[in-house]
Write a protein that binds this ligand. Structure first.
Ligand SMILES: [Zn+2]
Length: 201
C-alpha cells in the first residue's frame, strides 16, 4: 500500500531548544530532523485564540465541515480541548486552508517572527488526490480521509512536528497515512505534546 507523507515545512528561525518528553529527548527539528523524538517546535502562538479561513478561490465548501469539526473536536478529543490554543473559523483570518497542487498529501507552512511567535499558518490540501469528506463512516480504498488529515495538519498549526517512528503509527502526528485510513481522535502522545507547547488548560 502506498504511503504519502504529510509534509511539515519549517520556515523562520529555529533555535536548538530541547526538552524531556516521556523519556525521549525532544529536539528542535532542524538540529535533528531524522530523530523520532522530535515532536515540537520552538515557534508558538502568542495569543490563545487563533483563527483560520478557507481560501475563497480554491477551497471546496464541501470540505468546510471536516476542518471545522476537527477544530471543534465534536466526537473526539480535539485540539481545542487539550492544547490551550483555540482554533476557530473567521472569514477575515490571514491563516488559510487552500486546495491545490502540493508536494505531498498536505502541506502546512508556518511563518514566525524573530521572537519565535507565529505570524501566519497556511495549509494546502493536495487536489491531486481523492478525498472523503464525511465526519463519520469510512473512505473507500481510493480516498484519503479529510478529517484525519485536517486533524494532523492542525497539530502543525500548534507547531507539533511529525513523528516517523513505526511504533507511533497510531498517533495523529505520525507523518504517514494511507488511503482508506481513519484516525480522527487524538492520542495521549498528541495531547501531551500540545501541553508541552502550551500547557494544560
Ligand atoms: Zn505532518
Amino acid at each position: 500500500m502506498s504511503k504519502k507523507r504529510n509534509t511539515n515545512i519549517l520556515l523562520g528561525t529555529i533555535l536548538g531548544a530541547s526538552i524531556i518528553f516521556n523519556g525521549y529527548l525532544a529536539h528542535n527539528a532542524l538540529a535533528n530532523d531524522n530523530s523520532p523524538s522530535v515532536i515540537v517546535s520552538v515557534d508558538k502562538w502568542k495569543s490563545s485564540n487563533v483563527t483560520y479561513d478557507f481560501d475563497d478561490n480554491t477551497w471546496p465548501t464541501s470540505f468546510d465541515y471536516a476542518v471545522n469539526e476537527s477544530a471543534a473536536g465534536t466526537g473526539l478529543k480535539g485540539w481545542n480541548a487539550n492544547s490551550g490554543i483555540f482554533l476557530g473559523y473567521s472569514s477575515s483570518s490571514n491563516n488559510d486552508w487552500l486546495y491545490g497542487p502540493a508536494d505531498s498529501l498536505a502541506v502546512t507552512l508556518c511563518y514566525s517572527d524573530a521572537s519565535h511567535n507565529l505570524t501566519e499558518v497556511n495549509t494546502t490540501i493536495n487536489s491531486s488526490y481523492s478525498w472523503y469528506t464525511g465526519l463519520t463512516g469510512t473512505p473507500s480504498s481510493t480516498q484519503y480521509d479529510l478529517k484525519t488529515v485536517a486533524l494532523h495538519e492542525m497539530g502543525h498549526w500548534h507547531r507539533l512536528l511529525d513523528t516517523y517512528l513505526s511504533t507511533h503509527s497510531s498517533y495523529v502526528m505520525y507523518g504517514y497515512t494511507n488511503k482508506g485510513q481513519v484516525k480522527r481522535s487524538l492520542t495521549s502522545f498528541d495531547t501531551e505534546a500540545a501541553k508541552i507547547m502550551y500547557g494544560p488548560n
